[in-house]
Ligand binder design. Sequence first.
Ligand code: MN3
Length: 381
Amino acid sequence: MKKILILGSSGSIGRNALEVIREFKDKFKVAALSVNKNIDLIEKQIDEFKPEAVCVKDEAKAKELRKRIGNKCKILEGESGLLELSASADYDIFLSSLVGFAGLAPTIEAIKKGKRIALANKETLVAAGELIIDLCKKYNSQLIPVDSEHSAVFQCLSGEKENYVKKLILTASGGPFLNKKINELISVTVEEALKHPNWKMGNKITIDSATMMNKGLEVIEAHWLFNLHRKNIEVLIHPQSIIHSMVEFIDGSIKAQLSKPDMKLPILYAFSYPERFVFNQINTDFKKIKELTFFEPDFNKFECLKLAYDAIDEGGTKPCIMNAANEIAVNNFLLGKIKFLQIPLLIKDALEKIESKKSTDIETIFESDIKTRKYLLNKYN
Ligand code: MN3
């Protein structure tokens, strides 16, 4: 029986993970959960999954939950509660589906305990890839990707030697604006940007998909996870999202991992690895799929993708600055403060103005993140 801690259990990944656990009650158990403020949902989750503790990030909501359920379950609160839960709960697998940079500190606590990290929070590796990889080695913590593309690559690499790999081909749906021209993007609304064709996800990642920053973040994530130069990580638009990614080997052979798009699969694999469990919920019928198509991404239209590739080249805290700027830009877009095409402009502004540091120790990472946020919030609010 593996015990699982889920940070962000009201989000899309968190809810999918609980569905997986519900399906495999004999193999997995919930150790602890956290939500930002959705106490109605976590109350139901506590009743069903009986975690030893939970954390509610919003302190007022935490108090309200305590009033409602009394001593039924230990309730922690705030940022410090998340850290305490990650450092002291009794669990085997840490699944963080927190959004953005907020996932970094709790993940570090879990790594220090030598736990398996089922990584859904890609911003952690984008902002602090070098640090996280070093810490995982130091504390013997296993990093298993939950991001569907990286899970695909991870599965393709199973049984292969590192020097057999020629390149990764990360597939991308292209998001809702794949077929729009760049001048048509000037006036797109928040509602249009939130309509993802293949995946139902949270707001931040859905906007990232529309700008293709999501794929840029994933290129950086793959760079760290699989120790590959950015020249060996290619992005390919594949609107059907059936091939989740591919690996080309030095002999020209290519492996791909395919299925109907459903996050339960990569979550289950990150939990069950190195085993596979019988699971009948996802049936991929090629007779119904009919065609798989591929296009090269347009780097002019999706400027964020280019910014991400450039950030890896520059290294140091550049990717951390880019990530923080993107979080602010996306939030400002969601609030209606800026237009869609201003998202890459805000990021470029921050990348120019905030000095990048070579060192990627934890203090420098946090300092770069805060500086970037302060700069943009002052300028655009
Ligand atoms: Mn993905």
